[in-house]
Design a protein around this ligand. Structure first.
Ligand SMILES: N[C@@H](CCC(=O)N[C@@H](CS)C(=O)NCC(=O)O)C(=O)O
Length: 208
């Protein structure tokens, strides 16, 4: 692959995983080093052109200036953090690092669960066990996040915050009927502050 002076990101304005990467890039001052390529993917329709860059056919997929290819969003965020000057989004070591990694896993895993739920719910005959399981996991995740909201507000903003706020915004985008803010005042307040950051404002998720 030819060497270019910008990284290239397989991108979509609808993908919350792509959004997480782009928020990280904005926070780290790297957004202008990334050129985006609109890549349409769907679980029921493989994007064949993407398979040579990512055999899993998923976005985000990042192509570095030397042609090296990175996926998934977790790896890409860690890579961006590694090449950025301060501020860093991944604490270097100790309890703060593992708290951030756990939060990153929670936000990203929550998104994985929500996308699976949405796909299942769109089927002609959804599996009742999967729907019920998704509802239970969603309720448990929101409860856990409400309990953690004050700590989120107090800790240095980082990758865990980005992942969790992206997942909550995805609820607004695709699961409006869940009304997740009801009964969760601390989490609602924390999320409102997070999405007011310029990095979130620059990366609003839209259908196109
Ligand atoms: N674990 C992956 C999930 C990425 C993902 O599921 N992306 C969706 C778009 S939002 C996708 O590429 N779907 C196509 C497919 O599943 O085939 C990550 O964190 O990057």
């Amino acid at each position: 692959m030819a060497t270019t002076n910008k990284m290239r990101l397989h991108w979509s304005p609808r993908s919350p995983f792509v959004r997480k990467v782009m928020i990280a890039a904005h926070e780290l001052g790297l957004a202008d080093q990334i050129e985006t390529t609109r890549t349409r993917v769907a679980t029921n329709q493989v994007h064949k052109g993407l398979l040579s860059d990512n055999p899993l056919g998923k976005i985000p997929t990042l192509i570095l200036t030397d042609g090296t290819i990175l996926y998934d969003s977790v790896v890409i965020c860690e890579y961006l953090d590694s090449i950025a000057a301060k501020p860093k989004l991944f604490p270097p070591s100790g309890p703060a690092r593992f708290k951030a990694l756990r939060r990153h896993a929670l936000g990203t895993g929550y998104l994985d669960m929500l996308l699976t739920w949405r796909n299942e719910a769109s089927r002609t005959a959804p599996n009742p066990g999967m729907i019920e399981g998704s509802e239970l996991k969603h309720a448990a995740t929101i409860k856990a996040l409400e309990a953690e909201a004050l700590s989120l507000a107090q800790d240095d903003f980082g990758i865990g915050h980005i992942a969790i706020a992206c997942a909550l915004s995805y609820l607004d985008f695709r699961f409006d009927a869940l009304q997740w803010r009801d009964g969760n005042p601390e989490l609602s307040a924390w999320h409102a502050a997070a999405v007011a950051r310029p990095s979130f404002m620059a990366t609003t998720v839209v259908d196109d």
